[in-house]
Design a protein around this ligand. Structure first.
Ligand code: 6PG
Length: 245
């Protein structure tokens, strides 16, 4: 695991866009496709906006890109809380990504139906047998240590059989990828910025009880994990830059 402490959110966003571009280029060169899963929240918005900017439109062969989501809120794709809508408005609407490259979680459906359909969508792309291997999964972290829609003490954290599950919370229902899928990824990129994340980042990255936090349970067996955090979010870290496990 690598922790990179960068100056601010802009620096994190630029680095994330560069990581996405390089991963896409390498995967497309190697196997003709690139499958990434995106998260919602506020942190990745600038990163997504950069992907839709002149600089990146030509640099990525969007015809070979397949976008999935790490999680989605159970709302319509037009709803302001929709993770798909955030990605659509910031870059999907601006890049030549074919409709066949969009593997949306249908938040407008009943959570259980949406989760089952999404699992079929994932299997349709990766095959039915083994766990999917996403080339890149973009994750954030909440102040409670949640990631995707895997919240502390939630039953979703224990699900080792399904690829995607419904999550029922008092802040609205969601669908999320499960830990086995996250931990089977080729590459995980966590983005975190701001002082509000400093405490939970210390607990996850340097504390004695990282497994108490869902984000602390993300440790791909083969893939690599990089945390891109700004100086504010790193405020309580003692070991700082390029921490290695
Ligand atoms: C979501 C995200 C969620 C997010 C964290 C951090 O759908 O909300 O997937 O896991 O990454 O809550 O959100 P911020 O980036 O807004 O701090």
């Amino acid at each position: 695991m690598k922790v990179r402490v960068l100056q601010n959110l802009e620096a994190i966003s630029r680095e994330a866009a560069a990581v996405f571009k390089v991963a896409a280029k390498n995967c497309i060169a190697l196997k003709g496709s690139f499958a990434a899963a995106l998260s919602g929240g506020s942190t990745p918005r600038r990163f997504y906006t950069l992907l839709g900017s002149e600089k990146y439109i030509e640099k990525i062969d969007w015809s070979c890109v397949h976008l999935f989501w790490a999680d989605e809120r159970c709302v319509s794709k037009e709803h302001e809380d929709s993770n798909f809508r955030v990605a659509f408005e910031t870059f999907i609407s601006k890049v030549p990504l074919p409709a066949s490259g969009i593997h949306r979680i249908k938040g407008e459906k009943e959570p259980e139906d949406a989760a089952m359909e999404y699992e079929d969508e994932i299997k349709g792309f990766f095959g039915k047998k083994a766990l999917p291997v996403f080339d890149l999964i973009i994750l954030g972290v909440g102040e409670d240590g949640h990631t995707a829609s895997l919240f502390p003490d939630s039953t979703a954290l224990k699900d080792t059989l399904r690829l995607a599950v419904p999550v029922y919370t008092d802040r609205g229902n969601r669908v999320t990828l499960t830990l086995p899928v996250l931990n089977n990824a080729e590459q995980i990129l966590f983005l975190a910025a701001g002082s509000s994340k400093a405490e939970v980042l210390y607990e996850i990255l340097e504390g004695k009880n990282r497994k108490k936090y869902p984000a602390g349970l993300v440790k791909p067996t083969m893939g690599k994990v990089t945390w891109l955090i700004d100086t504010m979010a790193a405020g309580k870290l003692k070991r700082g830059q390029s921490l290695k496990d």
